[in-house]
Design a binder for this molecule. Sequence first.
Ligand code: NAD
Length: 365
Amino acid sequence: MTSTRYLDPQLDFVHEPLPVRVVFGAGRFSGISEEVSRLGLRRLLVVCTPGKQVLGESAARLLGDRAAGICAAAQMHVQTDTAEAAVTQARSLSVDGCVAIGGGSAIGLAKAIAVQTELPFVCVPTTYSGSEMTSIWALTENGEKRTSRSPLALARTVIYDPSLTTNLPSTFAVASGMNALAHAVEALYAPESSPIIALLAEESARSLAVALPALRDTTVSNARALAFRGSWLAGMCLGATTMSLHHKICHVLGGRFGLPHAVTHAVVLPHVASFNLPASRDAEAALRRALSSNHPGTALHVLASAAGITDTLQSLGLSKQDIATAADDVVAQPYHNPRPVDRDAVLAILSAAWHGGPPERQSDH
Ligand code: NAD
């Protein structure tokens, strides 16, 4: 019998892999000096968040006399003045490259330096944000976050060492994993999706669905490596596609209302997936397989809540009045989405995520 799945694949696409060297495995961080010397780099600025300065110092120690200094000023949503100060530090130290160690915030600051100075950089991610695999960079000024893509914002080498994620608090680890899942979900219905991206996204979702429930159990030694594998694949998907409604909503909630990045993704994703998937049969089928559920939106909610995410947009600090303002911002400019979006649809999604609970099961018929 011929499977109908193979009669309707996406056979009109462009696929352009991004040239990033990936080094993956427990203990790989100790080889950072060899990785930077492979790139011919001799004077490096280590970039991290203030809370991860100790990690920045370990990177500097491993780099030895290749470490020129540490910039521990990274913060969520890179502010223009923080980026300017970091660029000044990089120039005054005459560095020839940077090492970003930490989550999306540290990587985001290294990208801002790279775009303005054309310096190459190496990433050592310690969360599942996926930023290390993309050429997307952003600056925030007066509450407005502007995002662009640039080849200069692409890391030369990424070192995934799961042992660096053992201190990541499990609730944040799950939220960060949901952020990665959001990349996989939206890549499945992105206009630039391709057979390769569809495979990566489905496999990413499968890895994360297995890893996330195990992240709180420290006896499951492989869970963090599996989550990293999933976030790496999701990061490749994010780097190759443009995101839709879910990312637009989270972008507005983070940029304008200051909501924390990863957990906001965890709270919003089940509701947007439930809204969008009935309009994208291939994406829905892939997620049914990956999540072993006939209702992927509900499965995403169960996954997050069973793994310890009980937040709502209300508990994250969004006021009820802000819902209408956020909905206005989300529909202010057009963008790709598999299902037509209007203000009422966004209001319904935001209200559901504000109150919490499982998403409404929807159909486009
Ligand atoms: P983050 O980098 O802000 O990290 C959150 C907190 O966890 C920080 O205080 C950090 O110091 C700490 N932390 C990081 N790793 C740790 C570890 N292993 N153990 C203990 N604590 C650790 O959060 P994030 O969610 O990784 O990144 C969010 C930022 O990344 C946002 O600004 C978002 O816009 C950006 N982002 C960008 C892209 C892109 O492609 N450009 C993709 C995803 C996210």
